[in-house]
Design a protein around this ligand. Structure first.
Ligand code: FAD
Length: 424
């Protein structure tokens, strides 16, 4: 049996951040990954935002494998025949310390794990952790048990370790994320998205998933674009539609088609996302074990926000610190590891989740999904439409008509507006 101070299960962003912090504290740590290399099995849209990287890996932007720096963020509201876009360009996002970057998971996860290894962690790949043992974890390798004082479970949305420890809550808010990567020449992407040099664009889309609660996304890489949908599982089952049909519809939408036309499908991937946020998180600590990242439902995607990597990196970082501090004190019981929860509550990880706790329910609600896209698009169309010989209708009249057409009650609008204002 091999022995370490800490064993981290899963070399996604949460796991590599945890292993990095434990190694930096001068302790021995094994980072165990079931894939042949970190990121081999992982999927994201994908944009990674810099805020926690600034603390975890100073001047990360000089070394991280980046596709493009995001200088354009757009939120699109679609109906089958309309599109309303809030389109923000920020040139300073294209300079250090940067705001966000598109990246490929295979490159990003491998690079993050390399940082942990450079700090002293031992990376063990092609190894599945099959459960906890009295002294650490069991793996699928013959004689593959690993002893450790603390186990950090970073094994993703279907965390076997969290389930086994009885910490896993029913994930009724899981969604399925499905993505196509379409190859396009760099110059074509630059021209269609209005980008120069290493600039990139990040589009979040609502109103593109038919009767299924969810959302969509479109991100630019150097020589490809990632386009996809995020779909609530129950809605997907009930609708009897295949995710690729929804992506095909999105690609054919008049506002999207000119951006992706001619793109050659080079990859199709799918993965579950824990969407429920703060209200569906399991307990994060038990005797000798901490849970971080998607394993603890710290994703917060709510159909359109996809910031799971950020939260996973932050949670992993704090889990690593809490494990190292507990070992230094000689108390790795649930009480000895409790500082982890406090660190998370005092940081953006649980701070943001707490503040946004009502957003998953709101964004995935029938009103936001089916009624509001039509309402806001009709309202905007009414304002910009020039109907000769008629005086322009006032905003109040337009809103009244749009509300009637889409069956939206004033009471719901006000309540949802207040929820959104409080959360944002
Ligand atoms: P994961 O990345 O899932 O890593 C878990 C790791 O554990 C994996 O490497 C897995 O192989 C390994 N593992 C699992 N079980 C075992 C085991 N028993 N033994 C050993 N190893 C094991 N987030 C963003 O920030 N930006 C985006 O643009 C974005 N877009 C997304 C688009 C889609 C379609 C999807 C599905 C997700 C997206 N997310 C995005 C969310 C993001 O991918 C996750 O929140 C993030 O990857 C969570 O990191 P993690 O380390 O907790 O888990």
């Amino acid at each position: 049996m091999t022995e370490f101070d800490v064993v981290v299960v899963g070399a996604g962003p949460a796991g590599s951040a945890a292993a990095l912090e434990v190694a930096r504290a001068g302790l021995s740590v094994a980072l165990v990954e079931r894939g042949p290399f970190p990121g081999a099995k992982n999927v994201f849209g994908g944009v990674v935002y810099g805020r926690v990287l600034d603390e975890l890996i100073p001047r990360w932007w000089e070394r991280m494998p980046v596709q493009r720096w995001v200088t354009r963020r757009s939120t699109m509201v679609l109906t089958p025949t309309q599109a309303l876009t809030v389109d923000l360009r920020a040139q300073d996002w294209g300079q250090a310390p940067y705001n966000g970057a598109t990246a490929h998971r295979s490159e990003l996860d491998s690079w993050l794990a390399e940082q942990a290894v450079a700090a002293g962690a031992t990376l063990i790949t092609s190894t599945v952790v099959t459960g906890r043992s009295a002294t650490g974890v069991r793996t699928d390798r013959p004689d593959g048990d690993i002893a450790a004082k603390v186990v950090i479970a970073c094994d993703g949305v279907n965390s076997f370790l969290a389930k086994e420890a009885g910490l896993f809550k029913a994930r009724e808010h899981n969604t399925l994320g499905v993505k196509e990567t379409l190859a396009l020449p760099r110059a074509v992407i630059d021209e269609r998205f209005g980008l120069t040099g290493d600039e990139g664009a990040d589009f979040e889309i609502i109103g593109c998933t038919g009767d299924i609660p969810g959302g969509g996304f479109l991100y630019t890489n150097k020589e490809s674009v990632g386009i996809g949908v995020v779909l609530e599982l129950d809605g997907l089952t009930a609708a009897k539609v295949r995710p690729e049909e929804l992506i095909a519809e999105l690609k054919a939408h008049p506002a999207i088609a000119p951006l992706v036309r001619g793109g050659e499908l080079v990859e199709y991937s799918a993965h579950l996302i824990p969407e429920g946020g703060y209200r569906t998180m399991p307990e994060l600590v038990t005797d000798g074990m901490l849970i971080a990242g998607d394993a603890a439902a710290m994703c917060l995607a709510a159909g359109i926000w996809l910031e799971g990597v950020n939260f996973a990196l932050g949670a992993g970082m704090y889990a690593g610190r809490a494990a190292a501090a507990a070992i230094a004190k000689g108390d790795t019981s649930k009480a000895g590891l409790a500082a982890y929860r406090t660190m998370l509550e005092n940081s953006f990880v649980l701070g943001d989740h707490r503040r946004l706790r009502d957003m998953p329910g709101l964004v995935l609600s029938e009103r936001v999904q089916r009624r509001y896209p039509g309402l806001v698009c009709d309202l905007a169309q009414g304002m910009f439409e020039v109907d000769n010989a008629q005086p322009k209708p006032g905003l109040r009249k337009l809103l009244r008509e749009a509300r009637r057409t889409h069956g939206v009650r004033v009471r719901d609008l006000l309540r949802d507006g207040i929820t959104a204002m409080r959360s944002l």
